[in-house]
Design a protein around this ligand. Sequence first.
Ligand code: ATP
Ligand code: MG
Length: 243
Amino acid sequence: MSLRVRDEGRRKGMATSSGDDAVMIRLSDVHLKLASAAGEVNILRGLNLNVAPGERVGVAGPSGSGKSTMMMVVAGLERPSSGQVQVAGEDLTALGEDALARFRRARIGIVFQAFHLIPTMTALENVAVPLEFAGREDAFDRAAGSLAAVGLAHRLTHYPGQLSGGEQQRVALARAFAVQPSLLLADEPTGNLDGETGRQVIDLMFDLADRHSSTLMLITHDPALAGRCRRLVRLVDGRILGD
Ligand SMILES: Nc1ncnc2c1ncn2[C@@H]1O[C@H](COP(=O)(O)OP(=O)(O)OP(=O)(O)O)[C@@H](O)[C@H]1O
Ligand SMILES: [Mg+2]
């Protein structure tokens, strides 16, 4: 894969890399400050975290404590004000926008709380989009397979508005897993679902993660979901207080 070869070459030229295949996520003293109308806000205040490949980490903490922001930083969708973010041996803080986007597409699956499906596209098209961006010629076949894996083979041509909440969440999971990401990030994946549907989505997510040997980082208030993670990180006011 050309991306990997290029990244490999660049990594060799970097002084900072510690060549860590044993670490999937490494946050080193990550701070994030954002400007708001009321002045500067310290959202992340020195996060340090190591997550090994294949780990399942739950992230909990009060509303506003920085959980979603931390996830955005790990996903490379938000740049920290200071500190270092490494994912799968790659220093995200050193990558330019294009390289970062390529890395994200190839390695990271993201499930947002509000699904973020494109309303004018069918389930099949929604799942195929990131595959097409990633240059996969078999994008539609692969997307259909991914939807079948979440029990939605009979809903390929439905638009998000024609799907139930649980079905939309499963499309979002199919989309996130379609690229076989080494890291899956999910922000309250069961937050909008009833107990039984939530349980089905959890089973599905862990099953997919097992199948693809993905590392999982899940933000959740749901005790049923937190209970499935062997490790629980607790954020309070932009700091990790429990691990
Ligand atoms: N773009 C922004 N500009 C200024 N402040 C922001 C911005 N985005 C988030 N914040 C603030 O950062 C803090 C952390 O937000 P974040 O969304 O990470 O919280 P959270 O832990 O995910 O909360 P919840 O459980 O409610 O989803 C909040 O106080 C929020 O108001
Ligand atoms: Mg949040």
